[in-house]
Design a protein around this ligand. Structure first.
Ligand code: XLS
Ligand code: CA
Ligand code: CA
Length: 436
């Protein structure tokens, strides 16, 4: 079979003394940290869309990246070649998982039936390749945003016919995900949002979205799909106001519509940045609600108001994520999916490997640091800040046993509270010691 990365051998772990840019310095998949291997903790996935479909196009010009698997003018042949390249890449990189949209894998046909047949053809191939390589599907999803028919949204489109068309795609993508043993299924809000209230009944569109999701839950039960459903928040882009703004918004929406037991959050750090949060804030919000399901490991840029989808090679960002993941006992059945793309001018095929190798190493290193940090002074100091609630009147307050008048009377008898420093600088210094 043709090889697309002839100059690249399987990426090996070589340790910190290595200067080989195509080797791992920290990611040793069998190394045990806190009772699990790195592979089990990190559950890395490669995304099909940026890595095999994106060529670096932007609003100012076409993509300069030449991807040899996109040359065939027959769309099905091209999809086969793309899949060969994808599985060669997954295998050489040594990731256990991948993620895809229906349209990344198979071209759209001229009818619902033809699109379903195209997808099914490719999905059967993918199953064989999964079985041969051992690479598994972390999640599947449907693209309800590229085709112009979705210009006013998919599930939230004001035209019912478009909602039905979107449903046909989601149904097929759930079927495909089930067939491939996918451990999750993602709903990212695509064009579910709006640009102007003058032409948009937001309340009705959100109700339609909830009903659409409810029917997906019903369908999963009907076909016995047991993967985890995930919603991915994003505040803007492509629409001005995306409905799934951030973790808190999604949690509120799910609870409002009685869907909270059926969905968790797939959090993308870049989207947290776009929402004006530190990504760790939004991830902690999801985790605190018991709803952090998976992470699209990437990073944005605070200077830019758009989705830069950069590789998450920043160590502190990875540490902040892994601290929360470890605290909640892991991400499974979710994982860390690199929803990231090389920069437009990174035009060598090796650049795709550099991005992934660097990000995998950053997270492997972050896992070890976060484990030490969680066992160190920071959690103890944080806990100590709240000791006044651990016993006596503080614990009665937490148990709901004190009225507002009781609290007032305590203030009167206790007098002016003692000033207690928040010591942020000290915490930051300890954090830096762990970072090494
Ligand atoms: C786009 C999203 C998208 C989802 C999957 O901003 O990140 O790629 O992850 O539809
Ligand atoms: Ca994403
Ligand atoms: Ca993104």
């Amino acid at each position: 079979m043709k090889t697309y990365f002839p100059n690249i051998e399987k990426i090996q772990f070589e340790g910190t003394s290595s200067h080989n840019p195509l080797a791992f310095r920290y990611y040793d998949e069998n190394r045990v940290v806190a009772g699990k291997t790195m592979k089990e903790h990190l559950r890395f996935a490669v995304c099909y869309w940026h890595t095999f479909c994106g060529t670096g196009a932007d609003p100012f010009g076409p993509g300069p990246q030449q991807l040899p698997w996109l040359n065939n003018s027959n769309p099905m042949e091209q999809a086969y070649e793309k899949m060969d390249a994808a599985f060669e890449f997954f295998t050489k990189l040594g990731v256990p998982y991948y993620c895809f949209h229906d349209r990344d894998m198979a071209p759209e046909g001229n009818s619902v039936e033809e699109s379903e047949a195209n997808l099914w053809d490719l999905v059967k191939r993918a199953k064989d390749k999964q079985d041969e390589s051992g690479v598994k599907l972390l999640w599947g999803t449907a693209n309800l945003f590229s085709n112009p028919r979705y210009m006013n949204g998919g599930a939230t489109n004001p035209n019912f016919d478009v909602v039905c068309y979107g449903a046909s795609q989601v149904k097929a993508a759930i079927d495909a995900t089930k067939f491939l043993g996918g451990e999750n299924y993602v709903f990212w809000g695509g064009r579910e949002g709006y640009d102007s209230l003058l032409n948009t009944n937001m309340k009705r569109e959100k109700a339609h979205f909830a009903e659409f999701l409810r029917q997906c839950v019903n369908y999963a039960k009907e076909i016995d799909f047991t993967g985890q459903f995930l919603i991915e928040p994003k505040p803007m882009e492509p629409t001005k106001h995306q409905y799934d703004v951030d973790s808190a918004t999604v949690i509120g929406f799910l609870r409002e519509h009685g869907l909270e037991d059926h969905f968790k959050i797939n959090h993308e750090p870049n989207h947290g940045t776009l929402a004006g949060h530190d990504p760790a804030h939004d991830i902690q919000v999801a985790s605190d609600a018991g709803m952090l399901g998976s992470i699209d490991a990437n990073r944005g840029d605070h200077q830019n108001g758009w989705d830069t989808d950069q590789f998450p090679t920043n160590l502190d960002g990875a540490v902040d994520i892994m601290r929360i993941v470890l605290e909640q006992g892991g991400l499974a059945p979710g994982g860390l999916n690199f929803d990231a793309k090389t920069r437009r001018n990174s035009t060598d095929l090796e650049d795709i490997f550099y991005g992934h190798v660097g990000a995998m190493d950053a997270f492997a290193r972050a896992l070890v640091i976060a484990e030490e940090m969680n066992a160190g002074d920071i959690p103890k100091m944080k806990q100590a800040r709240y000791t006044s609630f651990d016993s006596g009147k503080g614990s009665e307050f937490e148990a709901g046993k004190l009225s507002l008048t009781d609290l007032r009377n305590l203030a009167a008898s206790n007098g002016e509270p003692k000033q207690i420093s928040g010591q942020q600088e000290l915490y930051e210094n300890i954090y830096n010691i762990h970072l090494g």
